[in-house]
Design a protein around this ligand. Sequence first.
Ligand code: ADP
Ligand code: ADP
Length: 234
Amino acid sequence: MSILQTINLTKHYGKEGNLTKALDGISLRVEQGEFVSIVGTSGSGKSTLLNMMGGLDYPTAGQVIVDGIDLSQLSDDKLTVFRRRNIGFVFQHFNLVPTLNVFENIVLPLQLDGAKYDKAYIKEIIHLLHLEGKEENLPGALSGGQQQRVALGRALATKPAIILADEPTGNLDSKTSFDVMGLLKLSAQRFGQTIVMITHNDELAQMTDRIVRIEDGIIKQRKAPLSHAVKGEW
Ligand code: ADP
Ligand code: ADP
């Protein structure tokens, strides 16, 4: 069973006369542990797709099934809890809380959930993301790359099955982007997580297992990155 599946997923904004068909029947399966990148021009529906996959919004038609659960069958409250426990979000703007230090930002989702946290696991995340020694710093004192690594740490904190990343390196320079991508990939491998990432950057997409290209709300192309094709892995 796929960890994440969309079936004929459709999302329309507005109403008749002024209708935007942001998604027009997207069927996609993502297997556990896979790292999939979603590419496409601006306005093609990428963010809408990611938001639907993460249960941030309800589709107009079609389904999103995460780990066997049809998200459209969940009430608002149940969806919020489901999201918090199962999905880690990373955005282009790091969205850190400026008054909380690095450690506090990372454990924030766990505190919201009232859960006791595994200190060894948080330590491992901090180590993996090269944030040792920065635990007490406020986000304002960190570089962009460091801030995005804290945001990754926060997304990993709840041990979610799925990480959804919307242009996670969109605000970073090229070298830092590769570093952050490398760490994202490494930590997902370490913890068996599945990643779906939106990117404009073809070179970064090449680092993932599979590229899905979207145009006008439909899937135009599915392919393995060149690196895999060359190695005959696809
Ligand atoms: P992308 O992430 O590929 O840039 P989006 O998913 O943001 O694309 O947008 C797809 C289409 O849906 C665009 O035409 C956009 O203007 C429209 N759209 C996105 N969000 C909304 C919204 N909340 N209300 C109305 N239209 C929207
Ligand atoms: P940034 O590059 O985000 O401004 P740093 O100065 O912390 O921040 O990191 C510089 C480079 O060194 C990055 O590539 C980062 O991944 C790497 N790095 C930082 N800390 C460590 C570490 N403890 N072990 C290995 N590499 C690290």
